[in-house]
Design a protein around this ligand. Structure first.
Ligand SMILES: *Cc1c(COP(=O)(O)O)cnc(C)c1O
Length: 361
């Protein structure tokens, strides 16, 4: 096998090596099936078992209460920007959006096309480098829902705990930090995540939704945009993304059996992130983190060089070491190290070592 790079891509992103190896081993012939996962009907008992096990693994990992449905939907997280208001925002009501970065801003823009929305907080004035204090969020107690993005992938700011939104259902885009720590799902009305950051490949989005909220979906919605169709048809109103779901199954199995659950995953994620934030903080200002220290993401570490003229050299030299995809999003500039669940500690350590050496030299 060719040597694998240290892959800091923001998404699609690194997957556990053992998951890729199992998929490779079984690609031509799934054990007990005699055909590839790519070649069998989604109505076959074999695929139905994979789907059921994927849901069961997610329920175990996140201790999902029984009054929540787990749906698998195509169209990526951006389709959820539309499906959320289409299903959950009735005419005559409004929804509150807490805008903490690029993704929640884009979700707000899409929701505006569907109904009435309020901005309960907007972090644009500080270039989305922080999250709001509770007192800065102006919530409408009658809102149809309150919307957050738990981890802003581009800016690298992350809620360490859910904001308190009272009795209003909390809707959360957890695309880039799904399964990175244990969560209390009962605090959410809806929590959703596309798979390609932390849970698998692109092509499937997991939507965890409290059952009573399904009653809001109007029968007039297009079938494929109606959460009820997915809930009633076991996520199969049409052909689901079978291969993507199969890989999510392998990733959840890896989390359960090799990592040992989300508490252990969280510990490891904290250790990984600390290596990089320590390298930034001990550099005497050579590196400057984008996110305020109390809002720093465990998944996407964003930083610049105080001397921006050196940024090109940083990329060239890091790539020569196999440290890849570190360039930051153009709206923030600088660098972004995405260190999702599947990024091993050694990969992060090699970046931290490189950062110290580069600063010294
Ligand atoms: C990647 C990402 C998205 C967009 O996901 P698509 O599947 O490409 O639509 C949305 N929200 C967040 C937080 C993301 O990281």
């Amino acid at each position: 096998m060719e040597k694998r790079i240290v892959n800091f891509s923001s998404g699609p992103a690194v997957l556990p090596l053992s998951v890729l190896q199992e998929a490779q081993r079984d690609l031509v012939c799934l054990p007990g099936v005699g055909a590839s996962i790519l070649e069998i009907s989604h109505r076959s008992k074999e695929f139905e078992a994979i789907l059921a096990q994927t849901e069961a693994n997610l329920r175990t990992l996140l201790a999902i209460p029984s009054n929540y449905k787990v749906l698998f939907i195509q169209g990526g997280s951006r389709l959820q920007f539309t499906m959320i208001p289409k299903n959950l925002l009735p005419a005559g009501q409004s929804a509150d959006y807490i805008v903490t970065g690029s993704w929640s801003k884009m979700a707000l823009d899409e929701a505006q096309r569907e109904g009435t929305v309020r901005v309960a907080y907007n972090g644009k004035a500080t270039n989305f480098d922080r999250l709001p204090e509770a007192s800065q969020i102006e919530l409408d107690p009658n809102a149809a829902y309150a919307y957050i993005c738990s981890n802003e992938t581009i800016q690298g700011v992350q809620f360490a705990a859910e904001p308190n939104v009272g009795n209003v259902p909390l809707v959360c885009d957890s695309s880039s930090d799904f399964l990175h720590r244990p969560l209390d799902i009962s605090k959410y009305g809806v929590l959703y995540a596309c798979a390609q950051k932390n849970a698998g490949p692109s092509g499937v989005t997991v939507v965890i939704i409290r059952e009573d909220l399904l009653n809001r979906s109007s029968d007039n919605l297009p079938t494929m945009l109606n959460y009820q169709s997915y809930a009633k048809e076991n996520s199969m109103p049409n052909t689901p993304p079978t291969f993507a779901i199969y890989l999510v199954n392998l990733v959840t199995k890896w989390l359960l059996n090799e990592v040992g659950g989300l508490a252990k995953m969280h510990d490891l994620n904290r250790r990984k992130a600390k290596l990089l934030y320590d390298a930034i903080d001990s550099s005497n200002g050579f590196y400057r983190g984008h996110a305020q220290p109390n809002c720093r993401s465990l998944m996407n570490v964003t930083f610049r060089l105080a001397d921006e003229a050196l940024e090109k050299e940083f990329i060239t030299k890091s790539e020569a070491r196999g440290l890849m995809s570190l360039k930051g999003h153009r709206s923030v500039g600088g660098f972004r190290a995405s260190i999702y669940n599947a990024m091993p500690l050694e990969g992060v350590q090699s970046l931290a070592d490189f950062m110290r050496e580069f600063a010294k030299r």
